[in-house]
Design a protein around this ligand. Structure first.
Ligand SMILES: CCCCCCCCCCCCCCC/C=C/C(=O)SCCNC(=O)CCNC(=O)[C@H](O)C(C)(C)COP(=O)(O)OP(=O)(O)OC[C@H]1O[C@@H](n2cnc3c(N)ncnc32)[C@H](O)[C@@H]1OP(=O)(O)O
Ligand SMILES: Cc1cc2nc3c(=O)[nH]c(=O)nc-3n(C[C@H](O)[C@H](O)[C@H](O)COP(=O)(O)OP(=O)(O)OC[C@H]3O[C@@H](n4cnc5c(N)ncnc54)[C@H](O)[C@@H]3O)c2cc1C
Length: 665
């Protein structure tokens, strides 16, 4: 805890119990406790230092990542950490690396697509790091279009092996994290060919490097794909390139839970939807939603604390300067992001529940919720990552010039975070998947089929297509029913409009293609409805702690009314609300910001982040920003010498030349 708390006055104005808010944010008292312990364990260990990360060369950074991963593993083993604790420890180490893909995709791919026998063979090796794995799906030529992948896995019945081959340059695997330098194995996605027939994409476990000296195995060419956006940031990850020249693997290294190839080469597909092949992506997409709230809350925590410390311009009578957090413009940019962090946290929890529920159903051979899981994970992944990426940049601007310094933590956070809009499915491609499902649902309404899950509201089509909002005062917008109805009507009407326009095209496919920009907006409206609904549901629950429920209620209203204000055009164009009602929503939003203001610092304290995890001199818990900024500057390698390298070659001759010219005048 800080000796001098420059934010003490801010903390004193909070009208709620911060400790209880920590519980609401983390999900349980146990979760707060474990996270706290792991965060402090990492923060107190010098190996996990990261303040110098942006100054390291790529090679140094990669070696530093290997060192941290090895040290983290050592601590996990020494301290006999549980899976939950180990996950948190890795999260607080806060440096992207091969372990993310090993635990996050390689292991889940084997669990989800491997038979029991295969799991029994491979998982213990992976669990003990006797092998290191990655997820090699994307190729140079195709990422979004998984069915367009070109790598082949041709069954050879003579030897009972698959021959893995990269027939073209564009079939080179390109991007897989951990592939470039660290992984010994990969789950490789390739077209399965047997008995002369192409059965499409399947997963195969392929060894890439020797377990003795790490050299590539015969027929395998691989390396890193090169430096990426920003300093430090995602450059700690060895995203890789991989080519196969007729590499042979035993038949039993095809992941055979969903379909098999027999000893004779006969292809057998189990009686399950083929989309289960995409299961690992669904799993990762739901975890990316939880990550979005973490990244967003970090940026918001930095911007809120700094905005409370930073002062600009005085009162008119020459009194003290104003904290920038008191400017209404600062509040109207920052508080919706604070509310979004909470909104994403709660929708992330719900999505995790949905994913667990769907997984249990799948195990019982009930595939009825597969589409719902796909739509929700794809749509929420797309919306939350796009908002978070933009929000981190907004937080940088909210911190003025100092936000542009690496020591603010924001440039690196942005550079690390932005690829989330692309990896695990480009956000536009994923939203078009949601739109496709929305169009399917609308087309089934006429037949009387009742939509379920998050599409259930579409069943109220008769009412929602003609309802008019009853809001007549700013306070009326505090009624969750008013908000819910406006969001449902907007989402449904946008979807129905798209469906009507598509039906006028020559074909469904052509209509979908022509209307895709509108479809994208309809998908966003549907996903925003889900986020608002889940926030409202959360606030309806019993939430202990003085003032906690009231604060969450205020944030929920901020989130909903901010989205309404931002997308006012949608609400007006679909006739869900009138311009006057739109103006009332904005009026209410202003009042809510005033309500959030005295609680803002405490609301970010409730994220319970250590200074180490935040990695920002601007976001320090104690608010003692200026000495820290000043001190950080001197750590830059440029300041190691008073006179810079290059002075004698380039600066001195230049200055002397000018002096000589002047002396001749
Ligand atoms: C400051 C420091 C901070 C430090 C932070 C540290 C932590 C950071 C660490 C972060 C680590 C992150 C690691 C990231 C790793 C990234 C990995 C990857 O990117 S892996 C590769 C991911 N690739 C993709 O996502 C590809 C996207 N494309 C697709 O998913 C598909 O091709 C498609 C869905 C776009 C199209 O599918 P396709 O089958 O080709 O065609 P259809 O559209 O016709 O679909 C047919 C049918 O299937 C249904 N469907 C599609 N997908 C699914 C699914 N997943 N589940 C269920 N059903 C699905 C679709 O709805 C159609 O249904 P139908 O009823 O027939 O209409
Ligand atoms: C940091 C990072 C890490 C990654 N890690 C991995 C990994 O570990 N393993 C792995 O296999 N892959 C990985 N990937 C690859 C990633 O999954 C793909 O980059 C991603 O799926 C997008 O595919 P793409 O690159 O082919 O983009 P493209 O599909 O080529 O997208 C280019 C543009 O075309 C648009 N577009 C494409 N299709 C359509 C369409 N149907 N309609 C409208 N617009 C469209 C997109 O919106 C985008 O604007 C990683 C990528 C990054 C950036």
């Amino acid at each position: 805890m800080a000796e001098v708390d420059h934010l003490a006055a801010e903390r004193a104005t909070a009208r709620f119990d911060v400790e209880e808010m920590k519980v609401a944010w983390a999900g349980s008292r146990h979760a707060v406790h474990v996270a706290d312990r792991m965060a402090r364990l990492v923060a107190s260990d010098p190996v996990f230092r990261k303040d110098n990360r942006t100054m390291l060369s790529r090679k140094e950074l990669f070696k530093d990542t290997l060192r941290k991963a090895a040290h983290a593993w050592k601590r996990i083993v020494e301290l006999r950490l549980t899976e939950e604790e180990a996950d948190l420890l890795r999260q607080y180490v806060d440096q992207p690396g091969y372990v993310d893909l090993h635990w996050g995709m390689f292991v889940p791919a084997i669990k989800g697509q491997g038979t029991e026998e295969q799991q029994h063979k491979w998982l213990p090796l992976a669990y003990k790091f006797q092998i290191i794995g990655c997820y090699a799906q994307t190729e140079l030529g195709h990422g979004s279009n998984v069915q367009g992948l070109e790598t082949t896995a041709t069954f050879d019945p003579k030897t009972d092996e698959f021959v893995i081959h990269s027939p073209t340059l564009t079939s080179s695997k390109w991007w897989p994290g951990g592939l470039g330098k660290a992984s010994t194995h990969a789950v490789v996605y390739a077209r399965l060919i047997t008995e002369g027939k192409d059965y499409g994409i399947h997963g195969f476990i392929v060894q890439l490097r020797s377990l003795e000296d790490h050299s590539p195995l015969p027929g395998v060419t691989l390396g890193d794909i090169g430096g990426k956006f920003g300093s430090g940031a995602y450059n700690s990850m060895d995203n890789g390139v991989l080519r196969f020249d007729h590499v042979r693997i035993p038949r039993d290294q095809m992941l055979m839970r969903l379909s098999q190839v027999t000893r004779e080469g006969k292809y057998v597909h189990s009686n399950v939807p083929k989309q289960l092949l995409y299961g690992t992506m669904v799993y990762v997409r739901q975890s990316i939603v939880a990550d979005a709230s973490k990244a967003l809350s970090r940026a918001v925590c930095i911007a809120v604390r700094y905005s409370a410390v930073r002062k600009q311009f005085g009162s008119q009578d020459g009194g003290p300067e104003t904290q920038v957090l008191n400017y209404k413009t600062q509040q109207s940019r920052l508080f919706p992001l604070l509310a979004s962090a909470y909104a994403f946290r709660f929708v992330g929890d719900w999505l995790n529940w949905l994913y667990t529920d769907v997984t249990q159903k799948l195990e019982a051979k009930d595939f009825s919720t597969l589409q719902e899981a796909h739509a929700c994970t794809a749509g929420l992944k797309a919306v939350t990552t796009s908002v978070t990426a933009d929000a981190i940049e907004e937080c940088r601007k909210l911190c003025g010039g100092h936000g542009y310094l690496n020591s603010s933590g924001l440039p690196e956070l942005f550079a690390v975070y932005v690829p989330a809009c692309t990896y695990e499915g480009d956000n536009v491609v994923l939203l078009l998947q949601v739109a496709r499902i929305l169009m399917k649902t609308v087309s089934q309404l006429a037949s009387g089929k009742q939509p379920v899950g998050t599409m259930a509201y579409m069943g109220k089509v008769q009412y929602l297509m003609q309802c008019k909002s009853a809001v007549s005062s700013a306070e009326d917008w505090l009624n969750p029913d008013a908000i819910q109805e406006a969001f449902e009507a907007r989402a449904l009407r946008m979807a129905v409009n798209c469906a009507q326009n598509i039906s006028q095209a020559a074909s469904q496919e052509e209509g979908f293609y022509e209307r895709s920009p509108d479809l994208l907006e309809a998908a966003v409206a549907h996903i925003q409805l889900i986020i608002v609904t889940k926030f409202i549901e959360k606030v309806h629950q019993e939430i202990p702690g003085h003032g906690v429920k009231e604060q969450l209620q205020a944030l929920c209203n901020v989130y909903a009314l901010y989205i309404l204000h931002k997308h006012l055009g949608d609400f007006l164009a679909t006739g869900c609300i009138t311009p006057r009602q739109g103006a009332l929503a904005n009026e209410q939003l202003g009042k809510l910001y005033a309500q959030v203001r005295p609680n803002a610092v405490a609301l970010v304290d409730a994220f319970n982040y250590t200074d180490h995890y935040l990695g920002s001199v601007l976001g320090r818990y104690d608010g003692d920003v200026y000495p820290a900024l000043y001190e950080e500057a001197w750590k830059d390698p440029l300041n190691e010498t008073v006179v810079p390298e290059g002075y004698h070659e380039y600066l001195r001759p230049l200055i002397k030349q000018q002096q000589l010219k002047l002396s001749r005048l």
